[in-house]
Design a protein around this ligand. Structure first.
Ligand code: C5P
Length: 329
């Protein structure tokens, strides 16, 4: 679940703070199956952690409150922040530990763009759960952490596990796959545009509700279909070009027409010569896959000369085997 540096002793004597690197995710596949009785959408997805990461530090304080610090102007530091809610959830589930341990300070150093379809807020919450589990020495299992994570948001259980995984249900049911090595994503995002996930799903429902299937029966069928699909064969064979050919995201059908500028960047990125191009999650971040860092850098450079730095955020991000890494105790 979490890669720990050799010099750290997370379950030894209690430390006063833990810092975690918390990596973004992209969706290699996202299929909307239909409406669930709980108001969410039934999804079949393939998720992948990539090397564009925030740093999340949780610290014990003497004041019995939760304090969140983040210097990114678009990130709220109150109880609407998912990381804040993660800390509040642990306080309410483990009142004795909360009382003994005092207050919590969470510091988020933001590198993952906000409202981007890269699960930045979700991975901050996942890092807070894991960091507090270490700080308070709760000894929670991965399943226990993922169950708590699912209460906070659909993408957060994946962010606890990270790597390469199939996500089903509303996205919270995770089936970890053998990791993909040696692949890179060139990520491209307009610095000014963010897309609201609730908006994207609502727009999808408005446009495609007539294609929705009964999720009770179709959810399983779709999962089985994914398991025997060319995408899964490509993943199990670590076949980058085939993965690139079978990238798919249903939400592109509503987000791209609503944002023609994103569609235009997608076309340029696709023409730049990678293995395949897709929008991640509810967007607007686009990515193109490559088999090597050198190819990824070449494409990023090409995009940089086409678009000024201020017009398009560009990152070269390797595929990672996990999303959370303890970087400092
Ligand atoms: O679970 P999370 O809070 O991340 O979801 C944000 C919003 O995205 C939900 O309130 C819902 O509108 C939409 N969503 C959905 N179906 C999913 C996941 C998210 O409709 N499986």
């Amino acid at each position: 679940m979490i890669a720990v540096m050799a010099h750290d002793q997370p379950y030894g004597h209690a430390m006063d703070s833990y810092s975690l690197s918390a990596a973004a995710k992209i969706n290699l596949y996202l299929e909307v199956v239909g409406d669930r009785p709980d108001g969410y959408h039934e999804l079949v997805m393939v998720m992948q952690s990539v090397g564009l990461a925030d740093r999340v530090t949780v610290r014990r304080t003497n004041v019995p409150t939760i304090r969140l610090r983040c210097d990114h102007p678009q990130v709220p530091t109150d109880a609407t922040n998912l990381a804040y809610r993660a800390a509040a959830l642990l306080q309410s589930r483990f009142p004795q530990a909360a009382q003994q341990q005092g207050g919590i300070e969470i510091t988020i150093e933001k590198n993952i763009p906000v409202g981007a379809g890269l699960a930045g807020g979700s991975v901050n919450a996942a890092a807070t759960l894991v960091g507090l589990d270490l700080l308070w020495q709760l000894g929670l299992t991965q399943i226990e952490l993922q169950t708590l994570a699912a209460e906070l948001g659909s993408d957060i259980p994946f962010c606890i596990a990270g790597g390469t995984a199939i996500a089903t249900g509303r996205g919270e049911q995770i089936d970890t796959l053998h990791g993909l090595d040696g692949l890179y994503a060139v990520l491209a995002k307009s610095p000014t545009l963010s897309v609201s996930t609730p908006w994207a799903y609502k727009a999808y429902r408005q446009a495609f509700a007539d294609t929705y299937r009964d999720v009770k029966t179709a959810g399983k069928t779709r999962q089985e279909r994914l398991h025997s699909s060319p995408m899964m064969t490509a993943i199990s064979q670590q076949d980058g070009p085939a993965i690139g050919r079978h990238l798919h995201n249903d939400l592109e059908k509503v987000v791209l027409p609503a944002h023609p500028d994103v569609a235009a960047v997608r076309a340029v990125l696709e023409a730049a010569g990678g293995l395949g191009t897709l929008m991640s999650g509810s967007g607007p971040t686009l990515f193109t896959l490559t088999n090597s860092r050198a190819e990824a850098e070449t494409i990023a450079q090409q995009m940089r000369s086409r678009y000024a730095e201020s017009e398009l955020g560009l990152w070269v991000a390797p595929f990672l085997p996990s999303s959370l890494q303890l970087v400092e105790g």
